[in-house]
Ligand binder design. Structure first.
Ligand SMILES: [Zn+2]
Ligand SMILES: [Zn+2]
Ligand SMILES: [Zn+2]
Ligand SMILES: [Zn+2]
Length: 242
């Protein structure tokens, strides 16, 4: 088995990450969380996890080798059969991002593992088209704006300006995929992270002797969870990596 090539290094890092899972602001992102980051990552609407699982049986993960640097977080994803197999060595660069470091297909090194993955994703896309919307991702023009996206001179409130409704069957992706949305462990799904430190939770602050609305929390008194709610990528309190 070609997997042997990784083994000596693998053994050195099995204790790479602490396994204590504390929910809340001091939550430790675990190897399972990194794996979720990779699997849930959508490229043209296709989650990488769905594409690999459809293309190969027995897809599994291990903590990868971390030779030079103990802060380095690597995962080894592999699967397939004796006839057709793959391995991807993935470097996680933050909670939500990663690079594919190396890839093997049937034991041979891939020149461009990312490009190889793109082909797997494309195959998934053509084989899992949503039949309810014929792959468009939306159904029915919005009744409120007749599909124009604006009503009474403003952005249509009913459809958010898109003029149509996302297909319920495929949730707007145009393809049938697993839903990887999960509750944010850093705020236990609340979207907040305790009292705002600027105003001590009062929602107001004194600026030049005048009592003003706190601009950090916009008067709510609660700090926003920096992981799930700050960069707009995510529904409040949830992680929906895409
Ligand atoms: Zn509308
Ligand atoms: Zn659909
Ligand atoms: Zn505040
Ligand atoms: Zn959160």
């Amino acid at each position: 088995m070609h997997r042997k090539s990784w083994l000596p290094l693998l053994l050195t890092v099995l204790c790479l990450l602490p396994s204590v899972a504390l929910a809340g602001a001091d939550y430790q992102w675990t190897m399972d969380d990194y794996i979720w980051t990779f699997q849930s990552k959508r490229v043209n609407g296709v989650p990488i996890g769905d594409a690999l699982n459809a293309a190969f049986p027995n897809v599994s993960w291990q903590a990868g080798p971390s030779a030079e640097n103990e802060n380095e977080i690597l995962g080894l994803c592999y699967g397939g059969t004796e006839q057709e197999s793959f391995e991807l060595l993935v470097r996680f660069t933050s909670y939500f991002s990663f690079e594919i470091e190396q890839g093997l297909y049937n034991g041979g090194a891939l020149d461009n593992p990312s490009q190889w993955l793109v082909e797997i994703l494309k195959d998934y896309q053509s084989n899992h088209r949503c039949s309810a919307c014929e792959g468009l991702g939306y159904t029915d023009a919005c009744l409120n704006c007749s599909g124009s996206g604006s009503a009474y001179g403003k952005t249509c409130m009913a459809c958010g300006g898109s003029g149509k409704y996302a297909c319920k069957t495929c949730r707007g992706y145009g393809i049938m995929t697993k839903d990887y949305t999960r509750e944010c462990p850093f705020c236990d799904g609340s979207g907040g992270s305790g009292p705002c430190s600027t105003c001590d939770g009062s929602g107001q602050e004194v600026v030049g002797g005048i009592l003003m609305m706190c601009t950090d929390c916009l008067g709510s008194g609660e700090a926003t969870c920096s992981v799930c709610s700050s960069n707009g990528m995510i529904k409040m309190g949830y992680l929906v990596n895409s």
